[in-house]
Write a protein that binds this ligand. Structure first.
Ligand code: AHR
Length: 505
């Protein structure tokens, strides 16, 4: 039996876990909005056309914030197309996803939906093809009570109370050549600084996110963050990170270690932000909003799905609707471990996305909504990662990967909550062997009755589907034993596990 050893001690705190770490993202893309969260013809639709079954799953998933309306979409978006009487709203070309945007859903409707699912709305302004004035207009519409052009327009549209949006993204992925209005770091930094200054003049309470790199593998990565933060440091609160992972061919060893890439990405951005902090001689610290992360079979989109014909601009096409496997759920659970491990600096994050596109929740237009494998590690982590993230001492055998060299076979993180005990999240990246994880938990005091849940399967490629939505579900892991101050749990091959001590499961 392969063995790994972990020491958990509540004295070694990384930092409090911000609930915004369990945020998500809904873009006007494919069937995320139309046929996803919104489908007035569906039997479960409420009076506003929102699917109740989807809302139930969003709540079950424990999502805390929702980023909207894009994504690449936002860089061609005119926000005011989506307000006022629906019949008067224009149909527009969406160049980002080669679709037609009907504008049936806009800011007011989405804010209402976010409220129904108890999520904080995080709004992205268009800095690709628009600028300071349009950002001010939408902020005025959203956050000023009344008595001005845009705020009175919101009231006239039936929303007497302001939406009170706190978190605003200053554009999206402006480092990416695919982005409408893609610019150099310096040009973006100056626009972001001007926009941030103006938005703060209107509403000093906003929290602003400057665009970081769209991936740690962009040629401009690192330098982009430095330039952007040198211009915006005093004006913004966050720098964003985006990362998506997929297996390259059958190199599952590297794929299962994707969190190593996320760890390095986060640590490089922290180093860059702190470099700018040192140069500026300021006490202010910039944190990370990891506002797009997930497993995404992106090469399939580029090779199989991408439509560019001038005659085809479909409404809500099936786009980026991948089926996620057990292995994908293990990788996703490991990405959450990476985010929690950096809880002192990653204080907001958004799984991208939520419904139908790159999504943990899928919908059938005339049938039910169902959970992908990836739904489960997110939902369990959002529910059980409470209080403070802990620094661990982990001794694990290593294995070799093509992209990252030798990496740890087991990865883990723990959280501690004075009231609820401790929770340990662990993955076993071996495709073939189970691992016995021995946990020195003496520092936690009396251990009570621990319980564990794992995601694994004889077939790591097993997935859920509309026809078989419960093929993969988390299963109780009955291997846990307590021996004085030590816990032992068996981690099945290619698995994700959550173990609670004196907590709920
Ligand atoms: O989430 C899908 C796309 O990925 C987003 O629109 C974009 O920001 C990123 O490249």
């Amino acid at each position: 039996m392969i063995r790994a050893h972990l020491t958990v001690d509540p004295h070694f705190a990384v930092g409090p876990i911000d609930r915004r770490l369990f945020g998500s993202f809904v873009e006007h893309l494919g069937r995320a909005v139309y046929e996803g969260i919104y489908d007035p013809r569906h039997p479960t639709a409420d009076e506003q056309g929102f699917r109740r079954d989807v809302m139930d799953l969003v709540r079950e998933m424990g999502v805390t914030t929702v980023r909207y309306p894009g994504g690449n979409f936002v860089s061609g978006y005119r926000w005011e197309d989506g307000i006022g009487p629906v019949a008067d709203r224009p149909r527009r070309l969406d160049l980002a996803w080669h679709s037609t945007e009907t504008n049936e859903i806009g800011l007011d409707e989405f804010a209402a939906w976010a409220k129904k699912v108890d999520c904080e709305l995080m709004y992205a302004v268009n800095l690709g093809t628009r600028g300071v004035l349009e950002a001010l207009d939408v902020l005025e519409y959203a956050n000023i009570r009344s008595g001005t052009h845009w705020s009175d327009m919101r009231v006239a549209n039936g929303h007497a109370d302001p939406h009170g949006i706190r978190m605003w993204c200053l554009g999206n992925e402006m480092d990416g050549p695919w982005q409408l209005g893609h610019s150099t770091a310096q040009a973006y930094a100056e626009l972001a600084a001007k926009t941030a200054r103006a938005m703060r003049q209107l509403d000093p309470d906003v929290e602003l996110v400057a665009c970081g790199s769209s991936s740690a593998h962009m040629p401009t990565f690192g330098e982009w963050e430095r330039v952007v933060l040198e211009e915006t440091y005093d004006l913004v609160d966050f720098i964003s990170c985006h990362a998506y992972y997929e297996p390259k061919g059958e190199d599952y060893a590297t794929y299962l270690a994707s969190a190593v890439d996320m760890d390095r990405f986060i640590e490089a951005v922290i180093a860059t932000a702190d470099h700018v902090k040192a140069v500026k001689g300021t006490d202010k610290t910039i944190n990370i909003s990891f506002d797009e992360w997930n497993v995404w079979y992106q090469t399939r989109y580029v090779e199989e799905e991408k439509v560019t014909s001038i005659d085809q601009w479909p409404v809500a096409p099936h786009l980026l609707e991948h089926s996620y496997t057990v292995m994908d759920a293990v990788v996703l659970g490991n990405l959450l471990i990476s985010l929690i491990r950096h809880a002192d600096r990653v204080t907001a994050a958004s799984i991208a996305q939520l419904v139908n596109t790159i999504a943990p929740i899928m919908t059938e237009p005339d049938g039910p909504a169902w959970r992908q494998t990836t739904f489960y590690p997110f939902a369990l982590t959002a529910r059980l990662a409470k209080g403070t993230a802990l620094e661990l001492k982990l001794d694990s055998p290593a294995y070799d990967t093509a992209d990252f060299g030798e990496v740890s076979l087991v990865d883990a993180v723990a959280t501690h909550d004075e009231a609820g005990g401790a929770t340990i999240f662990a993955v076993n990246r071996s495709l073939t062997d189970e691992v016995e994880l021995e946990i020195d938990a003496a520092g936690l005091g009396a251990l009570g009755t621990p319980s564990a849940t794992s995601i694994f399967d004889d077939d790591p490629h097993a997935a859920n589907s509309a026809a078989d939505p419960d093929r993969v579900r988390p299963r109780p892991n009955d291997s846990v034993v307590v021996d004085g101050g030590t816990l032992r749990v068996t981690l099945p091959a290619c698995s994700w596990t959550v173990l609670t001590v004196d907590g709920e499961r």
